[in-house]
Design a protein. Structure first.
Length: 425
């Protein structure tokens, strides 16, 4: 009898422990839905089963997206290799099978009630599914989820060093991560978040891509990639591929990009496929144009990553990407990659000679600056030209409308009830 009583007490205690996050999440969701309904009251009901998102003006889409935009700090979803307890917890978060509704409580609204953005936030793009060849290539004891959890802390350290002046402040760096920033247990708000992807990307200050070799086979991933490039400077993309690059995986990356077809992309939740294909149709002239832009930018941006991170073996590391650019018919891009392959040894030698005490970090930093400056001047104009050739006019017009709705800024939004446009600063 005492044992049963203790068990009941233990269950009651666990229930009480859960109540704070349950109450907080419920309160946030009710607040969000009340605001959505308040904006929708000004519009006629959508016909033909269309989502209510489509009846809103660009201004109100921006307003609703600002209400629903959530962010989580790196401390909540990552862990350094040296911090075992945090890494174990973060690894659980990145497990593809774990969709705990409590994760919504890991993040917070990224705009205050007054419509002011809390600070910079990166959109984190990644593939949930474990790559098919993972065990055979990486080893059965290697964890895909753990690699992702640790890599987020690594990129957060780079961002903190660059923007906060101290890599030790990496836990403060903020991300939009689908698993916790979209409520997994509320279909209504979830559907709004799916439709507001472009608006979330407009408000994002960068795209961080966890990029295994299977990334370009996932429909959501490739759409997030090209959608960000439609809105932002290509230099605002940061590729995180170090945990996944091996001599044996490079051919898998090359093969996936070389043979990329929109129709072959996989989608875990099949109803999402039509939503995304409709978005592609809106923003790109044809599926072939989308595919061409994806191939061009993936070769260009992956080459930038390789040049920065593997400069010691520049000729060998860049060769597959030079060949892929040639095979895809991107002759100007191939020529640019040939140029940087010849420049890297000189840049590296200079960085080594100028580094204090032979610091590896100083060499890497100096080299990354050289690569980024060169890439910005030589390759970004090619990407922008390519974008102009493949993007549909109505898609570009809508992006311009979104920007107009924020009046050129992404740091504040007017949530007012009077129909006044969104404000930016």
């Amino acid at each position: 009898r005492r044992s049963k009583t203790n068990d009941v007490q233990r269950i009651d205690d666990e229930t009480e422990k859960e109540e704070p996050w349950v109450a907080r999440v419920a309160a946030d969701l009710e607040k969000h839905k009340a605001y959505i309904n308040q904006r929708l009251a000004r519009y006629p009901k959508p016909s033909g089963g269309r989502h209510p998102y489509f009846v809103l003006s660009a201004q109100d889409r921006i307003r609703v997206s600002a209400r629903l935009l959530r962010g989580c700090e790196a401390r909540a979803v990552s862990g350094a290799w040296t911090e075992a307890a945090d890494l174990v917890k973060a690894t659980s978060f990145w497990s593809p099978c774990d969709k705990n509704e409590s994760y919504y409580d890991l993040c917070r609204d990224w705009f205050t009630a007054e419509g002011v953005k809390e600070g910079k936030i990166r959109f984190l793009s990644h593939s949930w599914g474990i790559p098919n060849e993972w065990d055979s290539i990486m080893g059965s004891k290697s964890s895909y989820a753990r690699a992702k959890a640790a890599e987020v802390s690594c990129v957060a350290k780079d961002i903190a060093a660059r923007e906060l002046g101290d890599a030790e402040r990496w836990k403060e760096v903020a991300f939009w991560v689908d698993k916790c920033c979209i409520p997994q247990g509320d279909r209504t708000v979830m559907s709004w978040c799916v439709n507001l992807l472009e608006e979330f990307i407009v408000f994002s200050d960068g795209l961080v891509v966890l990029l295994p070799w299977s990334y370009f086979s996932r429909l959501w991933c490739v759409y997030e990639w090209v959608c960000f490039l439609l809105v932002h400077d290509p230099m605002d993309i940061e590729i995180c591929a170090d945990p996944f690059i091996r001599d044996s995986t490079i051919p898998l990356y090359i093969e996936c990009i070389k043979n990329f077809k929109l129709a072959n992309c996989q989608c875990f939740h099949e109803p999402d496929r039509q939503v995304l294909l409709d978005k592609v149709a809106m923003y790109y002239k044809t599926p072939a144009a989308f595919e061409k832009f994806l191939k061009f930018t993936s070769i260009a941006l992956f080459s930038r990553c390789v040049a920065s991170r593997r400069s010691g073996k520049a000729a060998v590391s860049l060769k597959p990407w030079q060949d892929l650019a040639r095979d895809a018919g991107f002759t100007e891009l191939e020529a640019k990659l040939n140029d940087i392959a010849s420049l890297l040894p000189k840049w590296r030698a200079t960085a080594v000679s100028q580094a204090k005490s032979g610091s590896t970090h100083a060499v890497q930093t100096a080299l990354s600056i050289e690569v980024d400056n060169w890439f910005s001047e030589e390759v970004v104009p090619l990407i922008i030209r390519e974008r102009a050739e493949v993007a549909a006019e109505r898609g570009l017009a809508y992006i311009a409308e979104l920007r107009m709705a924020t009046k050129g800024g992404r740091r504040s939004v007017a949530f007012g009830h009077d129909g006044v446009g969104c404000g930016g600063s």
